[in-house]
Design a protein around this ligand. Structure first.
Ligand code: HEC
Length: 203
């Protein structure tokens, strides 16, 4: 028993010493260019997947397939996510190209993950990866809208994405009253009133 405790103590000291050595000497390469060996990646991916599964309990709203939610989600995706999670048919941005781990194709993620898992990740982020926690700045309704859009992403090709981009072109600001008036053929006049698409004309 005594010897066992002694051996354990020695290993602990060696471990602590080694850890301190790495911290103090800068031996560990923190660059984003470094590629993890397959087994490290496996450990990280599995730890992450199980962590998300364990924590994602929020029940998805029943109306995720409503067009209004999908459109709102598209707007947020275009503004907040597209720079890292490259949209269908587009090239990687300098941001996404330089990230390690690389931002995954969300069309694939949306097929593999449940709505509540997607929601959890969007709300809480993933530490040390570049994936931000959007829950700090956005309320749950907005985040569920994004989930609604992600769920149709697997069915969107380049043309479908562009069509949405045109239909939901970023709008002008009309001041507090938020009234809409005609801007010719442009659909952007209604973009300020996302909750009322009646009378909207799509070319
Ligand atoms: C600054 C870059 C960046 C932005 C902006 C960003 N993400 Fe991410 N996201 C990442 C990275 C990097 C990962 C990969 C993390 C990993 O591999 O562990 C990720 C992972 C994810 C995942 C997990 C996917 C999976 O298959 O495990 C989801 C879902 C996700 N992001 C959704 C979003 C949404 C929705 C937005 C916009 C609201 C967004 N992200 C904005 C960088 C970003």
């Amino acid at each position: 028993m005594k010897r066992w405790v002694g051996t354990l103590g020695t290993f602990l000291l060696l471990g602590l010493g080694g850890g301190a050595w790495i911290v103090a000497t800068g031996a560990f390469d923190v660059s984003a260019g470094w590629k993890d060996p397959a087994w490290v990646r496996w450990l990280l991916v599995n730890t992450q997947e199980n962590s998300i599964k364990r924590r994602a309990h929020d029940l998805a709203p029943a109306d995720l397939d409503r067009q209004r939610r999908i459109d709102e989600g598209f707007r947020s995706y275009r503004e907040m996510c597209a720079i890292c999670h490259t949209p269908p048919g587009q090239k990687d941005s300098p941001v996404s190209a330089g990230l390690n781990p690389p931002p995954p194709d969300l069309a694939e993620s949306a097929e593999e993950m449940s709505a509540s898992e997607l929601f959890w990740v969007i709300k809480n982020g993933i530490r040390m990866t570049g994936m931000p926690a959007w829950g700090k700045t956005h309320d749950d309704t907005e985040l569920w809208d994004i989930v609604a859009f992600l769920k149709i992403l697997p069915d969107l090709d380049e043309k479908g994405y562009e069509a949405l981009d045109v239909k939901l072109a970023p709008g002008h600001h009309h001041g507090e009253a938020g009234h809409s008036h005609s801007h010719g053929a442009s659909s952007s006049a209604v973009a300020e009133e996302p909750l009322d698409f009646s009378g909207m004309e799509i070319e």
